[in-house]
Design a binder for this molecule. Sequence first.
Ligand code: HSE
Length: 306
Amino acid sequence: MEELRIFAPATVANLSCGFDVLGACLDNVGDQMLLRKNDLNQIRITKITGQELPFETDKNVAGVAVKALLEKLGTNQGFDIEIHKKIKAGSGIGSSAASSAGAVFAVNKLMGQPFTLKELIPFAMEGERLASGNAHADNVAPALLGGFCLVKSYQPLEILKLPCPPELRVVVLHPLIEVKTKDSRALIKLNVSLQKAVSQWGNLGAFVSALYTEDYGLLGRSLKDEIIEPVRSILIPFFDDLKEIAIKNGALGFGISGSGPSVYAMCKGQKSAEKVKEAMQLFYQEKGIDFDLHLSKINTDGIKIL
Ligand code: HSE
């Protein structure tokens, strides 16, 4: 195999109760990438459409992730990388993660699969380090493995794939402003009160339990964030109104997607999700704010070969 075209999915990280440790993979929002072996012993970004991103390998998240993988393999095999972005940079649905996860997935396939999907995660995390100054795994893990993923620990890195209740749907609203993860992370206080920590780990544990037992009610009650959301939500126009509207219209839970400005509403069933989507859409239209809106299943497969 000399070349591979893939779909690299968007992801919703944090999911309110799991800052930096929890994420889910979306099904119908994502980029396309084409990776091709070259005989030049060079990693080249040869084409980018849809977004203005750097072509220099060391400044591009896909470039650094592939470089990390090939260095580990000890090969000087060259690759040409085409990136066709549908996910906007700074949207909060894992734009950089899709590029870095997609690139290492395809290179691994083209090299005869020397690594498992889980083993690819640290290489993709190098892309996150470049993009945000922090190598978090809560976007790249679900992009590569699909479904819901939990980062059990960073040192050593241990990622768990969690079950996915079949009726879950996610509505994502992206107010068309760009929030850089680096800036959004700078807002977060480094110390957390014991009271808030107790509430957060209770919710995270309950969320994981709800995935296993398909308890949609418990799942919704667990989507709470007393630590990060109060600080970051100030960047999102009418966050509290959107939350009230989503919950009033039947969403199980609502919160910030990744580092924002996108917000997500977790819903049970397609009909319920459509109702929530329409209500959020109407509200933002009335406010005159530009936005993108997505309704997606959870993608339990992750990256797809096209
Ligand atoms: N967990 C990361 C953060 C995700 O919230 O900063 C970034 O998309």
